[in-house]
Ligand binder design. Structure first.
Ligand code: SAM
Length: 136
């Protein structure tokens, strides 16, 4: 079972579900005003268009996930973590790790700004971070 945090239009959730037909993916998103073109019906429409039946979508907040501890073998997220800042960033990471099974995989991509003072709009990097949670 995998969780995609901030799934938007469902693209990554659907891609993971397609690659893992034996498993299930859940995509969650708050679908707020800032990304108004994304929605739960759009995710469901996209999954149906791809013939994917092992993905489901729910409204949820990444900083307070509505799942028990260690629910997921894998957690993915694409371009979401840089949107969440301050104390919420800590809550986000703690929640991500809380719902991930020990020995599970967490993989995310996010944008980082290399030098905010010198070139605030020009230099962006994409960080792709994957790690296995500790089984200790
Ligand atoms: C840049 S979009 C990326 C969407 C998708 N992952 C993709 O790759 O196309 C960021 C997404 O994160 C979602 N998001 C931001 N903060 C969130 C939060 N606290 N809880 C859930 N979703 C959140 C937004 O609603 C938006 O859909």
């Amino acid at each position: 079972m995998g969780l995609d945090i901030g799934c938007g239009s469902g693209a990554l959730t659907i891609a993971c579900a397609k690659r893992n037909p034996q498993g299930k993916m859940i995509g969650i998103d708050r679908w707020g005003k800032e990304y108004a073109s994304f929605s739960l019906p759009l995710c469901e429409k996209n999954a149906a268009a791809e013939g994917v039946k092992n993905a489901l979508f729910r409204r949820g907040n990444a900083v307070k996930l509505d799942f028990p501890d260690e629910s997921f073998d894998a957690v993915t997220s694409n371009y979401v973590y840089h949107n969440i800042t301050g104390e919420d960033k800590q809550a986000l990471l703690l929640e991500t790790l809380r719902v991930l099974k020990k020995g599970g995989t967490f993989s995310m991509a996010m944008v980082t700004i290399s030098d905010a003072t010198m070139m605030p709009r020009l230099v962006h990097k994409v960080a792709i971070v994957t790690f296995l949670s500790s089984s200790a």
